[in-house]
Design a protein around this ligand. Sequence first.
Ligand code: C5P
Length: 218
Amino acid sequence: MIKRKNILKIAIDSPAAAGAGTLAKALSKHYNLFYLDTGKIYRFIAYLKLKFPKKFNHKFVKKKIISLEVKELANKSLLSDEIGTEASKISKIKNIRKLVHSFQLNFAYNPPNRFNGSCLDGRDITYKIVPDADFKFYITASIKTRALRRFKELKKMKKKVTYLEVLKSIKKRDKSDFNRKISPLIKTKDSLLINTTNLNKRSCFLKIKKIIDKKLNI
Ligand code: C5P
């Protein structure tokens, strides 16, 4: 694999709906980093499974991942709760994780030249995908806050869900993401814990920016 030298790498892990994506996007924009929401790849595979149940096998997924373009991950249909739940199930499969692995490595270590580096968020980024990241963060928030944020997001998208349904599905997803055997969600010792329960988007961004700028001597 080609690795670009002297790039800035930020790795973020977090449970569902903790605000990591919003934060990672803001950081990527500010520091001009190539941004990847790795959950979207698992969601994309979940979407393939639901859309093409008969064709869905290793070869089919492999082909789709090889030709996958980042812009395909922006598809709004990947955001539904149904796809999130399915993504959590398929992400436990070792062979699926292997397929996604090289896509993520290439993204993290070889971003296009116009970027100063990369920023990835997910569940196993700080210890498996980018273990040598310059900055590692573990973003979390209380389960009620996370459920409320996701509920509002889904409502904005005109989805028919109740708060309790969202809360239940996030609890289920936490259980599966924290307890699975392969690549469970953990906070590594070298990741900085940021609890966003009482932080709005702006203050969360500013808090992290301060930490980064200090180390970078900006
Ligand atoms: O972050 P998001 O909620 O979109 O992720 C969907 C699911 O994909 C997660 O619940 C998790 O099971 C899985 N995932 C993963 N590893 C990652 C990112 C997401 O297993 N790096």
